[in-house]
Structure formats: C-alpha cells, structure tokens
Design a protein around this ligand. Structure first.
Ligand code: ADP
Ligand code: MG
Length: 750
C-alpha cells in the first residue's frame, strides 16, 4: 500500500501583504521586513520606549514579501505539492492569518486577472494540463466544496443550502462528511464553474459577507484518481486528495459582554481554530499521547493533514502595519510551532472507495450488455439467413457476415427498418389474402416494428450511457509530441528547477547561519591571551543578546498565555452564570419528578455531540398511572374533605363537584313597546274640525245609521276619505250638516 514510509515536516511559508490604501493614508509604519534569501521574517517593536529592544526573528521554509507574484509562489511552494497529489498522495494547503491579510487572495486571488489568480485556479490549470500530457493513464477528477461555520458543516454545492452535514468515521477510510456532494469535472472550465457555484452559495447564506467569510472555514476538495496498467498486467488505481483550505480569521473574537446566543456564537466561532492550535501543540511537544482531533469539526476533517497521511503546506498571512503587530506575532508563533509537525505521506494505491474503479466496472458491464444485445440480433439474423426463405434475409445475412464489425450498426438498423417496411407493403398489396388475414398480418408486422424500435432505442440509450461515462474518464491528449506543448513543458521544468535551486540555497544559508558561532570558534587560533579575551567577549556579547531575545520571547509567550487564560476564565464565568440561570428556572418551574424523568431519558450522542431524549416507552405496568385518580368513591373528581362535609350539611351547589348545574329559567326582557296613538297638533285639529263642520252641499240620507255615525266620529279625530266608498244607495242628500261625508273646504281646492 505504501511507497514512501519516511516522514516529512509540515512546510510553513509566510506571506506579508503590501500596505493597503488606508494604512498608507494613515501613515502607519511597516514593522515587518522580509528576508527572502534567508527565509526570515523580522518584526520590530513599534513602541518608542523599546528603542533598544531587539527585533524578533522567525525562520520559515520560505517567505514572500509584499511584491511576491502568485505564480512564482505557486511554482515554488504549491506546485510540488499538487504534483504529488497527481501521484496519489494526499495534500493540504492551509491559509492562516488575521482577517484582511490575504488568505483569500492567496487561495483564490483575483478571478479575472490571470496574473493574480490564487492557488485554487492555478491548481486546476496544473491538474488538467498534467492529464492532457499523460500517456496510457485514465483519470477521474472530482470536486467538493464545503464550509464550516459555528461548528456546522454546509455543502456549498448542494441545492438545499439549509441542510447541515455530519461527520462520520470508517475504520478503513477515516473521517468523511456524510452526503457531501461531489462533481466529476472534465476540464478547467467545468471545475471553475463548480468553484463559482460554491462561492455564490457561500455568500447567499451570509448577511454580511466580509464578516461571514472571516468567521468561517472554506474547504475546496479535489480528488484525482488515476488508473494505470502496472507491471503485473493489472490496472492499478492511485487516489490523491487535495484540500484547499481558507481558514477563518485568526484574530480573537471579542467576547466581552457577550451573553446567551452571542456568547455561544463567540465560543463556537474560533473553536475550530483554537482546536487546530491545540492539535498543533500536542503534535509538536511530543509528550502528549492524546491528540485532541475530536475537539472540532475542522481538526477531525483534516486529521490526516496534521501528523497523518498527507503532505501539508501552511501559508501564514500577515500584514506589515504597526497596529497589527500583536496579531502578526501571534500568527508567526502559531505557524512557527506548526513547522515541527511530522507527517507520513504515502501513495494511496487501490483504495476500496475509488470511484474510478466503479466507473470502469460499470462501463465494462454496460459494454457487455450492449455486446449481448447486438450478438442476439446477429444470431437471429443469421438464423433467418440460413432458412433462406426470402432474399432480404439473405442480403442482410451477408452483410452481417463480418462478425466483429460494430461500426455499421446504423446501416444495420436502417436495413432492418426498410425490410420491415417492405414486408408491410407487400402484405398491403397482396390481393390474394382475405381482409381479416391481412389485418392480422399487418398488425403483427406493426407490433414487430414497434418492438424493433424499442429495442433500437434501448440499445442507443445504453450506448449513450457508455459514451457519457467514458467521457468522464480523462486520458492524455494525442498531441503529446506537439512542439509548443513540449516547449512549454521545458519552460515549466526550468522554472521548477530554479525554484528548487532557490529553496536549496535558502536551506544552506539557514544552516550556515546556525553554524556561524561554532565555525567562528573553530576557525580561530588565538595568538595571544588578549586576543582570546577579545574574541570570547565578542562571542559572549552575541550569546548574551541571544539570551536576551530568548528571554523576551519567553516573557511574550507568558503574557500571551496569561491573556488567553484570562479570556478562558471569563468565558467560564459567563457560562457558569448562564448555567445558574438555567438551574434557577429548572428548580422553580419543573417539578422534581419531571426533572428526574427527563434526566433519565436524556443521553449523549457522540456523533453529532448533542444531548438527545430517548423516546417514551409505555410499559404495561404504567397503565394504572395513566388513569385519572379519584379521591372519593363514586365521584369522578377529586373531592376535598371539606367539600364532602359541606355537601352533606347543605345542598350548596358550590360543593357539588360533578357536572350538575341548577339554574333558574331566564325570562327574556321585553324589547317592544305598547301602541300609542299619535298626538295631533292643536292647530291641525282645529283646522280639521273646521273642515268637517258644515257640509251643506252634500246631502246624505244618513238617517238609518245616524246613531252609529255619532260614535264613529268623535270630535277631533279625523277620518280619512276611505269610507267614501260606501254605496251611493245609502246616501241621504236631504240631511245637511251631516258629518259623514265631509267636503273639503279650503284645504283641498275644488
Ligand atoms: P483575508 O482573506 O485574509 O481576509 P483578503 O485575501 O480578502 O484577506 O485580502 C484583503 C485585501 O488585501 C484584498 O483586497 C486583497 O486584494 C489584498 N491583498 C492581500 N494580499 C495581497 C498581496 N499579496 N498583494 C496584493 N494585494 C493583496
Ligand atoms: Mg478571506
């Protein structure tokens, strides 16, 4: 399984970005100087009072100044790593540092400026160029993109962005993200598209993109599988996985005053980063046997990259301005420790979960199926040709004679179609057949044609599937001897050689520096005592200054440690306060019995690291408990002693606890009024009186009902003319002054 058992250190490089507009405008001084030759970063203390304080010097595998080029950095630092991923090693590139120091610039860069493209797009180019130049190899490249925010994993390529994914572990392949989507990509353009989709999704969920990106870790994963014929005549698959990690900003999240949700957020945001720090410390101090990978999602996911089966490059990004000096020093110390992590990378050969193997097997299976199909047809045709019943059969039989010829499949299909069509026509034109027979034959032919069409479609579908699957497997371009291609490759090789040369020079310089003191001593032969004293004094001075700087470093570290401890204590205090509040609520609002039940049901689930509740199980014995308790026999409700006594003493409804209510009938209130005659104004009454008085023109013989009329016409009560419809026969014109038929006088003009 393993080809290289040797261990190698995590490579740490530091990149210092240029001053930005704001810093230049505010005239901040630069406190960082970069010694590219020696691979050293020198940080001055910006405080005035510390005039005689020595600058702090850190040495790394490589350092890059403000004018470093993306491509130069890629060739020197990242290309060898990606190259080894193509060989089947796992590789990881981290960008670590304070927000705004160029992590994203280093990883992604400026998208549409080829000069300023970062590691991720450059690696795309690198990988696909490598594949196009390969020979006798089959490749499968796929990409995934995920984000960790507040210890939750989001798949940036999934349609459902609200879903959170979980980590799982398998003994053979280690930790993986369950249900993480991955896309097979065939070209630089396709994989770039995948990255863009992920980046868009990254900003979708965030209200404030800057803040969000500075608090979340983004991991772009490229898996390259390569299949090659081994010396044993078998196909062997190597799988390399490249993790490209843009970490959250390393600055301390201010925790002061945070409570509840915000406190939770603050403690969670940097959890992964502080866990990363702890893992690094545990790995390098050599004393601890336990490495706390499990403390965070990030460290679990990248477990292999830290002390495991991977090559790792860590890029520490810093800013040059004086006001950032504290963060810069913290970053440098953090990455300085990481230098000492030892990894054991090896080539992953023939792993169980290689997708390429699955693809190859599936293609082989489909091809066999296709073969079988066409084989069946051929046999059928040959059989028919053997019968020699008709010319068409013979003809096609002849064409199919060349057995292994699969190319003229199209012709074959066409011929078959034509043949069936011809037969159909023949039936149609054959007058010797009875109509019924004809219809039956026609139907049969049509059915045959339909079957034939279906079969053809299925075959085509199968062929298309095979083609689609094969297209995903990449093989080297045929133009391998292409002149420009060759030249380009030479150029790249030269560039790489130069980079390698530079690296070696730097290493030698570093070694020389460290041996300086010894060599000095060895070279010297003292001619006199005085000279010896002089030289030793010089050396003493040098050593003394070194001692001083180490002492200062120790003090700095102690201070940083104390700060960290104080912060942790503060968090602890706040958490304790929070806990006390929860306790108070529980004590006061949850009965002890219920609390105990909950405590008994609760259990801790290790995988998502959450407390969960076991489902309620209803045991038969519990049945009694479920029924309603009765305090008095014969009653449904619990009754107090007092109520029972009171009920017996007087029939007070109050103590009748059952559903018996006694109520008086409700008499509804009257809503109408008595009828009252309208009151007539005196003036109107007088006028009517007047109008009704002397009726000399109408003569009515009212002698017969005079008496009744007297009653009918009380004074002051007008009668309308309705009564005038009385039959004329009863008129008595000889009675003047009769009040029965009044004549309007003056009220209505005649
Ligand atoms: P981070 O991701 O660490 O928060 P960014 O990558 O977003 O920081 O960088 C912040 C700004 O600094 C960006 O505008 C970026 O273009 C600029 N920048 C960072 N590093 C460099 C560099 N080496 N050269 C030029 N500009 C840089
Ligand atoms: Mg960023």
């Amino acid at each position: 399984m393993s080809k290289s058992k040797s261990s190698e250190s995590v490579k740490v490089v530091v990149r210092c970005r240029p001053m930005n507009e704001k810093e230049r405008a505010a005239k901040y001084e630069s406190v960082v100087s970069v010694d590219v030759k020696l691979g050293q970063i020198i940080v001055r203390n910006p405080r005035e009072s510390s005039g005689n304080e020595l600058p702090k010097i850190f040495t790394f595998d490589a350092v890059y100044g403000w004018n470093s080029k993306q491509l130069e950095m890629y060739d020197e630092t990242f290309r060898p790593l990606v190259e080894s991923v193509l060989l089947g090693f796992n590789g990881t590139i981290f960008a670590y540092g304070q927000t705004g120091t160029g992590k994203t610039y280093t990883m992604e860069g400026v998208r549409n400026d080829p000069e300023k493209r970062g590691v991720i797009p450059n690696s795309f180019e690198h990988i696909f160029t490598h594949i196009s130049r390969s020979q006798n190899q089959q490749y499968l490249v796929r990409a995934s993109y995920l984000e960790i925010y507040q210890e939750e994993i989001r798949d940036l390529l999934s349609k459902d962005q609200s879903r959170r994914l979980e980590l799982r572990e398998r003994p053979d392949t280690g930790v993986y993200v369950k249900d993480l989507s991955s896309f097979v990509t065939k070209s630089v353009r396709e994989i770039e598209h995948v990255m863009n989709v992920g980046n868009q999704n990254r900003s979708v969920g965030a209200t404030n993109m800057n803040e969000h990106s500075s608090r979340s870790h983004a991991i772009f994963v490229i898996t390259v599988e390569c299949s090659e014929l081994g010396v044993d005549g078998e196909n062997h698959i190597r799988v390399g996985k490249l993790n490209l990690v843009d970490l959250a900003g390393s600055e301390r999240q201010t925790k002061t005053g945070a409570q509840g949700e915000r406190l939770k957020e603050a403690t969670k945001i940097n959890l992964s980063l502080s866990a990363l720090g702890n893992v690094i410390s545990a790995l390098v101090d050599g004393r601890s046997s336990h490495i706390p990978y499990r403390d965070s999602k990030l460290t679990r996911l990248l477990q292999d990259s830290l002390g495991g089966n991977a090559r790792t490059v860590m890029v520490a990004n810093i800013g040059p301005a004086s006001y950032n000096v504290e963060e810069t020093l913290t970053t440098l110390r953090y990455s300085n420790r990481a230098k000492n992590i030892k990894n054991k990378p090896r080539i992953n050969e023939d792993p169980k979960d290689a997708l390429l193997r699955e693809f190859q097997e599936e293609i082989a299976r489909l091809k066999a199926q296709l073969q079988k199909r066409s084989g069946k047809k051929k046999r059928r045709l040959r059989r028919r040709a053997g019968e020699g019943s008709d010319d068409e059969g013979l003809e096609s039989g002849e064409t199919e004679d060349d057995e292994e010829d699969g190319d003229d499949k199209g012709d074959y299909w066409r011929e078959q179609q034509e043949k069936l069509e011809k037969e159909r026509k023949a039936i149609l034109e054959d007058h010797s057949l009875v109509a019924e027979e004809k219809a039956r034959l026609l139907k049969e032919k049509e059915r045959k044609m339909e079957d034939f069409r279906k079969e053809r479609e299925a075959g085509e579908k199968l062929a298309a599937k095979v083609k689609a699957m094969e297209s995903k497997l990449l093989v080297g371009g045929k133009n391998i001897v292409d002149h420009t291609n060759e030249q380009q490759r030479m150029l790249e090789q030269k560039r790489q050689e130069i980079a390698e040369q530079k690296r070696r020079e730097r290493e030698m310089q570093q070694q020389m520096e460290s041996r300086d003191e010894e060599t000095l001593e060895l070279k010297e032969t003292y001619t006199s005592l005085q000279q010896e004293v002089d030289i030793k004094t010089k050396k003493l001075k040098k050593l003394f200054s070194k001692l001083q700087s180490v002492k200062a470093e120790i003090q700095d570290l102690q201070e940083a440690h104390i700060n960290e401890r104080q912060e942790m204590e503060q968090i602890q205090n706040e958490l304790t306060r929070d806990l006390k509040l929860k306790h108070l609520i529980i004590e006061n609002f949850i009965p002890l019995e219920e609390k105990n039940k909950i405590v008994n049901r609760a259990f801790f689930d290790e995988e998502p690291e959450e407390w969960k509740m076991k489902p309620i199980t209803r045991i038969e014995d519990d049945h009694q408990m479920m029924s309603r308790p009765r305090s008095a026999v014969g009653y449904w409700r619990p009754l107090s002693h007092h109520a029972r006594v009171a009920m017996m003493l007087k029939p007070d409804m109050r103590y009748k606890a059952e559903n018996i209510i006694m109520l008086d009938m409700d008499i509804p209130a009257r809503t109408s009024k008595e009828y009252q005659e309208p009151v007539i104004a005196p003036k109107l009454a007088a006028a009517l009186e007047d109008a009704l008085r002397d009726e000399d023109e109408i003569e009515v013989d009212a002698s017969s009902f005079h008496s009744s009329l007297g009653q009918m016409l009380p004074s002051g009560r007008p009668r309308t003319g309705k009564k005038s419809s009385t039959p004329t026969s009863s008129y008595s014109p000889s009675s003047p002054g009769s009040p029965l038929y009044p004549q309007s006088r003056g009220l209505v003009p005649k």
